[in-house]
Design a binder for this molecule. Structure first.
Ligand SMILES: Nc1ncnc2c1ncn2[C@@H]1O[C@H](COP(=O)(O)OP(=O)(O)OP(=O)(O)O)[C@@H](O)[C@H]1O
Length: 259
């Protein structure tokens, strides 16, 4: 079943009284449990698409339905409440609060959404997520005292604290070194194997090769898509042989796309 249905999405910016059409009637679906990468040249509209689809920014025209609810029609307040509990976000620049511990950063959106009554549930969920993301031992660290990979895994925990139905990620490995990127992608595969739906913008071919499908955007339109099939791996690991095969397929396709 399609978790996300995007139809004829347009986004126009006005700069110096000039209209710039960044998204031009983009349509696609993402099914429940898919992990979809958005790739394309710089400036092609990838981040704009992610922000318009997730309601972080308003589209100019078109429809975005998540679980059959139209996001475009929601008021600002309803959309903000909806996003807080239904959607998780992770970014390249990790925006954690510097004066709080890792744990406190993770629970914050949970407390915000659940009020005082549900704090015990939020605490339990935070602990479970930290175990899953393999960062339990750094719960009490200040966020300046952990590695980039650990910080991004903490951001994943925070994004999932309200048990959202979809995770949006804007270049989640963009600021990380190779090892930390691998760590973060292993966690994404783990989550996706458990059923989390993920839409992720990436420039990284290796990260995209771990997704179930890739959409390639050029100049505000989807130029092509590649179905790779899901990596089913509860621990998030993937054999070297399978990875090589997937990367070769992606590489050949990207050349075709003009990457
Ligand atoms: N707030 C804005 N106002 C005006 N133009 C914008 C705005 N945000 C983005 N753009 C323009 O929209 C186009 C697409 O930008 P976007 O960031 O979506 O591209 P991208 O594919 O994510 O690029 P990159 O890979 O470099 O991050 C660019 O030409 C950009 O300059």
């Amino acid at each position: 079943m399609a978790a996300l249905k995007v139809k004829d999405l347009c986004k126009t910016y006005e700069v110096n009284k000039r209209q710039i059409n960044v998204l031009k009637n983009v349509s696609f679906n993402i099914d429940d449990g898919e992990m979809v990468a958005i790739m394309g040249p710089s400036g092609s509209g990838k981040s704009t698409l992610l922000y318009s689809v997730s309601g972080m920014d308003r589209a100019t025209a078109g429809s975005v339905k998540f679980d059959n609810e139209e996001i475009a029609d929601m008021s600002e307040k309803n959309l903000a409440d909806y996003r807080l509990v239904k959607m998780g976000f992770i970014f390249q620049q990790m925006n954690m609060l510097k004066n709080l511990t890792v744990y406190d950063n993770i629970i914050l959106p949970g407390y915000e959404a659940g009020g005082k009554k549900n704090r015990k549930i939020v605490d339990e969920r935070a602990k479970e997520l930290m175990r899953k993301m393999e960062i339990s031992e750094i719960a009490d660290n200040d966020i300046t005292e952990i590695s980039g990979g650990q910080l991004q895994r903490a951001c994943i925990c925070r994004s999932l604290i309200n048990n959202p139905g979809i995770l949006f990620a804007d270049e989640p490995t963009g600021a990380l070194n190779r090892n930390s990127s691998e760590e973060v992608m292993r966690m994404m595969i783990k989550l996706n194997s458990e059923g989390m739906t993920i839409m992720m913008v990436t420039h990284d071919m290796k990260s995209a090769a771990k997704c179930s499908r890739i959409l390639y955007i050029v100049d505000g339109n989807i130029k092509g898509e590649l179905e790779l099939g899901k990596v089913e791996s509860p621990k998030g690991d993937i054999t070297e042989a399978e990875m090589k095969k997937r990367e070769k397929t992606v590489n050949n396709w990207l050349v075709e796309m003009g990457w």
